[in-house]
Each structure stands twice: as structure tokens, then as C-alpha cells.
Design a protein around this ligand. Sequence first.
Ligand SMILES: Nc1ncnc2c1ncn2[C@@H]1O[C@H](COP(=O)(O)OP(=O)(O)OP(=O)(O)O)[C@@H](O)[C@H]1O
Ligand SMILES: [Mg+2]
Length: 252
Amino acid sequence: MAKIVLVHSFRGGTGKSNTTANLATAIACTGQRVAVIDTDIQSPGIHVLFGMEQENPLKHTLNDYLWGDCAIEDAAYEVSPAAVRQSNGSIFLLPSSIEAEDMTRVLHEGYDVRLLKNGFRNLVKALNLDYIFVDTHPGLNEETLLSIAIANILVVILRPDRQDLQGTAVMVDLARQLKVPKILMIVNRVLQDLDSDAVRQQLEAKYDVPVVGVLPNCDEMMRLASSDLFCLQYPDHPLTQEIKTVAQSIMT
Ligand SMILES: Nc1ncnc2c1ncn2[C@@H]1O[C@H](COP(=O)(O)OP(=O)(O)OP(=O)(O)O)[C@@H](O)[C@H]1O
Ligand SMILES: [Mg+2]
């Protein structure tokens, strides 16, 4: 059965979109069929990591599906990089619209998350998927809460920052109340001179959730500036190795 993996953080800029794109790629490189859905409708961006600039309006986006204007699979675009195709995997991207009027319409009207749940089911069938990765808007709102409730796996990302620490506790509690079957934690942008095992142990003691990735802060990622997929650009980098470890935790 396909798994729905929701990647979320309480605060913004924690690395959700980059981590989601790289995890999806690492898993697709093991021959899996993966969809990546941008539910950050207010500030979409993950399409850029897959080389889709949206300079010209797309025929269909996730917005059109949520407004009942197309089938969900009509908003899916295959973006598999060569390395993924060579491994017999696939990545499909469902971008959100970057047209200002589409974004503001969502702010005014919201959307019905039940449509997302049905949409995921139909998408799995239409594209024969193994995984759906959902990139989210940070913080808590009604749509996010309902999306958390339909995830099989919630991946919570935080930075080693006091503001992140407190908000993340609230989120983990909520996810427990919503009975998410599997909650995993990633800490990103950890200074490289810190002891990553000690960081992991501290967070596991605080949240009682497995910390499956301690991702180093690194200049290469900053220089890439979301222009590409880090794990394909730097296959031997410690950050890529850690992404692969997280991918294994998701797949098992
Ligand atoms: N491990 C890292 N080392 C250095 N820079 C990083 C690392 N992870 C992410 N970044 C940088 O942090 C910025 C934010 O990353 P990203 O867009 O993935 O975060 P986000 O959580 O999706 O943000 P938002 O909440 O706005 O959607 C990007 O410029 C990215 O290159
Ligand atoms: Mg993002």
C-alpha cells in the first residue's frame, strides 16, 4: 500500500522543501514511484528544486484540482531526473500555482481537505505510486491539521533554535492526539562541530520521538540555493548520506 509522508515544521525556513525534494529523490533512486505535492499554496516553491520555473502558467496545478476544475492526475508532471530514471524510479510533481490571484483565492476561501484525501487515493491509483510526499506551509492552520490526520508518516523538521524547540513540542503533541501512525524527527542545520549523537539524544529525550536524521549546516547547500537536488549534485557528501539514512527509516 502506498504511504503518505507529510513533511512539516512549526516555523518557516527549516529546510522542509529541500529535505522533501531530496528524500523523494533518494527513495525514487531505489526504483520507487513517488509523487511530491506542494500544499504550501500560500508560498509555493518546491517546483524550483525540480527545475520547473513556472515562467509560463501551467495548464493545471493543485489549485485547479482543489477547486474542482480538473482530475488530480492532470496536475501531475513527471520530473524524474536521469539518475531516477536509470534506477527505474519516477518522480511526479504536483505544483501549486504561483499566480497571485490563485494564491489570494486560497487565502480567502481555503480549501476542502477531504478533497486532498480522495485526491491522494485517486493519484496512487492513476500513477501506480509507492509514496506521496507532501510539502507543507509552516505552522498550524486548519488545513495542515487535517493533512496531518491523513498522513501515514509525519516527518517533523526543526533547527537547533529555541523558538523551533518550543513550537515543535506543540506540534508533536497534536500529531499524537491525531494518532499519526509514525512520527519521525529531523534536525537540520546542525553546526558541524557539534556532536550529532548528543544532539539526537537530547531531542529524543525531550520529545520521545525517533530522531532519524541530524543534517549538517553546510555551505554547499546554501550555495546551491534551491537551484537543484543536493543529493544528486553531492552524492558523497555527509548530508546526502544522512538523507539516505532518513529515506531508509521512511521505507521500513
Ligand atoms: N542543511 C542546510 N545547510 C545550509 N542551508 C540549508 C540547509 N537546509 C536548508 N538550507 C537553506 O535554507 C533555506 C530554506 O530552505 P527550504 O526552502 O527548504 O525551507 P522551508 O522549510 O521549505 O521554508 P518555508 O517554511 O519558507 O517553506 C534555503 O535557502 C536552503 O538552501
Ligand atoms: Mg518550503
